[in-house]
Design a protein around this ligand. Sequence first.
Ligand SMILES: NC(=O)c1ccc[n+]([C@@H]2O[C@H](COP(=O)([O-])OP(=O)(O)OC[C@H]3O[C@@H](n4cnc5c(N)ncnc54)[C@H](OP(=O)(O)O)[C@@H]3O)[C@@H](O)[C@H]2O)c1
Length: 271
Amino acid sequence: VVAAASRSTASARALAAGIPGCRALEGAQQVADACDLVFLTVNDAAIAPAAAGLRWSPRVSVVHCSGATPVDALASAAQQGAPTGGFHPLQTFADPEAAIRSLPGCTIAVEADEPLRAALESLATRLQCRVIRLPAGARARYHASGAYASQLLNVMLREAGRIWESFGGTEAEAVAALAPLARGTLAAIESTGVAAAMPGPISRGDLAVVRAHTEALGAVDPAIGALYCELSLRAVPLAVERGSIGPERAAEFETLLREARRRLQRGASAR
Ligand SMILES: NC(=O)c1ccc[n+]([C@@H]2O[C@H](COP(=O)([O-])OP(=O)(O)OC[C@H]3O[C@@H](n4cnc5c(N)ncnc54)[C@H](OP(=O)(O)O)[C@@H]3O)[C@@H](O)[C@H]2O)c1
């Protein structure tokens, strides 16, 4: 039996109607009483209050799906003897249909004691997902690492779009042009690794191109140029690790980028 509860009885009924063999239980307490495994898929801030507002028993396991929220948010259920855990799909879900398509192949972070852990890992495997086990206390760091592959990617493309707009294009045109480039970079990273797949002028040891970038971006917006310098400073050790530049060229890049960053930060704060 699959059960669904929501503050909206109508949405629980609609959800249940779409799943063969599913009946809607009206009210969260009915779900907690009827099921042996309950997913509290409320928004993060509501997890602890939702758990605290229900009666639990050792017969029912309670799991949340938040990446950053500690499993301790389910402490009120644990105090009543319920096994508790975390089951976080490392994916962005916009709507249910897109979510079903994008779930296979993604990673699910599981945090629970046995036997709940084995049950959650088996569920993740049946969803065709990879499993990672999170040790207690690691959730915020794990979730922050995900930000680099999700929301910070949005930030990068907003920055690139603003540069594109400076020569008459739009952000949508920038995304259409840059997304295939990003996919190619990602494919290379997946096949050879972060440092080995490092593209671009720093990897090629081309100081003149990087100097031209900093000057051109400073003319668009010093804040954009300063961020470019900050991130490019992180590219230098990757090029060294790749073996495509030596320590002397690396030091030249660092001097160029630090000086440009200082100049651009002054320009940005003067605005
Ligand atoms: N979306 C993603 O990409 C994604 C990815 C991985 C993990 N997650 C995790 O999945 C969980 C749900 O995320 P979401 O994006 O689905 O959130 P959401 O779109 O904000 O939906 C949250 C749902 O919880 C319901 N709700 C809130 N408080 C409630 C309460 N006290 N009692 C009963 N229902 C309550 C809301 O109902 P109302 O509409 O009536 O307010 C809403 O239907 C979160 O822990 C999130 O971190 C999300």
